[in-house]
Design a protein around this ligand. Structure first.
Ligand code: KG4
Ligand code: ZN
Length: 394
């Protein structure tokens, strides 16, 4: 089967096409198309993501990305221009009435393209920024109606988990055997949580941040250091320079909740410590900024690794995975690998490939595959955006 993935939960508009074949009971995956449009440059001038701006950009980009992705996959079916039937046009107008120019862009696309050979649409319905999520959800509904293809609502966080497990590359590869229980550390701009999975789709959140998400802390500290949004990669680069050049240590930041008996996190105090330390310094030299970035990264990584090991030990995890934007952080991956090899060498460690660490629609298509039994035509599903959607037991 071929699955169309749609992702618009934050500041990346993404479309994917994922082929899944069943070989002797084992699914074999192959990515046919993967198109991502990042709005980072736009949001950078505001220092963060503005939901309504994100929504407008998604609406502007979705049809172009769909077209690009179908071309990449060789699934486009161009036809002689022919206006779409007026009843369908009216229904699409109704679904997309709040999505700006998306309605006319889709109508133009449908008048020039026949239905491609796809079997399922998988769309992120949460968690994320609601105005942004709605664009994707409504786009999926309009496509389901136009093509008579069922749609399945996907959980963005389940997508981040699957990005580490499912082989999502351009060559066919089968799903590896996974040993449960599995513990996942999900770290992104909006989330920091430890998830226990006793089996596929049987999730329990066993620890989470009490205030800021880890990615949010990276972004805020970057701003304090005068670095552009998103801060994660910037901090990481500066910290690496500090290590490579053996910059002397000047700052010392706290490791919040490092020794608390639970599996929860807190990053807001750490961020405030950086803020005050930098303020007290006055004129921040490049060397001091490098030191602050390194010390902040070390502090955040130490807490994330320590709580992950605690969770692995507590639940005797056979598999540990890391996912979400912050899992692109090399230091975090290295320290996690090292700690697991010492403290729990039997636990398998899996991380997503760098291009699938941050938001993408390939992981959303994969999430839709595992929930394909929940797929319905949009007319039979009450699809809606759920900003605070939680991972749940199936
Ligand atoms: O998963 P994601 O793309 O979007 C959300 O769902 O939030 O995560 C984005 C977050 C941002 O806060 C960004 O600063 C962070 O991931 N990030 C990183 C790195 N690359 C991205 N944080 C630390 N180190 C990195 N290399
Ligand atoms: Zn994400």
């Amino acid at each position: 089967m071929v699955i169309l993935g749609i992702e618009t939960s934050c500041d990346e508009t993404a479309i994917s096409l994922l082929e899944v074949n069943n070989a002797g009971g084992k699914p074999v995956f192959r990515v046919l198309g993967n198109a991502v449009n990042s709005q980072i440059d736009l949001h950078r001038q505001y220092g963060g993501v503005f939901p309504n701006l994100a929504k407008r950009e998604h609406a502007k980009n979705l049809v172009g990305l769909l077209s690009q992705c179908l071309d990449e996959a060789g699934l486009s079916k161009k036809k002689d221009r022919q206006e779409i039937e007026s009843g369908l046009r009216a229904q699409i107008s109704k679904i997309l009435e709040r999505e700006g120019g998306l309605e006319s862009a889709l109508a133009a696309f449908l008048s020039e393209n026949s239905k491609p050979d796809i079997d399922l649409i998988s769309v992120t319905h949460g968690p994320g920024l609601e105005p942004a999520l709605w664009v994707g959800v409504n786009f999926a509904s309009a496509l389901s109606l136009s093509w008579n293809v069922p749609v399945v609502p996907a959980n963005h966080m389940e997508g981040h988990i699957l990005a580490s497990i499912v082989p999502l590359g351009p060559s066919p590869a089968s799903l590896p055997d996974i040993s449960f229980p599995l513990v996942a550390l999900l770290v992104s701009g909006g989330h920091t949580e430890l998830v226990l999975a006793k089996d596929w789709q049987n999730y329990e959140i066993v620890g989470q941040t009490k205030d800021d998400a880890a990615g949010e802390a990276f972004d805020k500290v970057a701003r304090v250091l005068g670095l552009p949004y998103p801060g994660g990669p910037q901090i990481s680069k500066l910290a690496r320079e500090a290590r490579e050049n053996n910059i002397p240590g000047h700052f010392k930041f706290p490791r919040p909740m490092l020794h608390s008996p639970d599996l929860d996190f807190s990053f807001s105090g750490l961020k405030t410590s950086v803020l005050y330390a930098v303020k007290n310094t006055g004129n921040l030299s490049k060397e001091l900024a490098m030191d602050a970035a390194r010390e902040f990264e070390d502090a955040a990584v130490e807490v994330l690794v320590s709580k992950s090991i605690k969770a692995i030990e507590k639940f005797a995890a056979k598999t540990f995975i890391i996912g979400g934007g912050v899992s692109a952080n090399t230091r975090l991956k290295e320290e996690m690998r090292r700690a697991i090899s010492v403290r729990s060498p039997e636990t398998a460690f899996m991380a997503p490939p760098p291009d699938l660490s941050t938001d993408n629609a390939v992981m959303i298509a994969a999430a839709g595959y595992f929930r394909r039994n929940e797929a319905r035509l949009a007319s039979e599903l009450n699809l809606s955006a759920k900003g605070n959607l939680k991972l749940h037991v199936n």
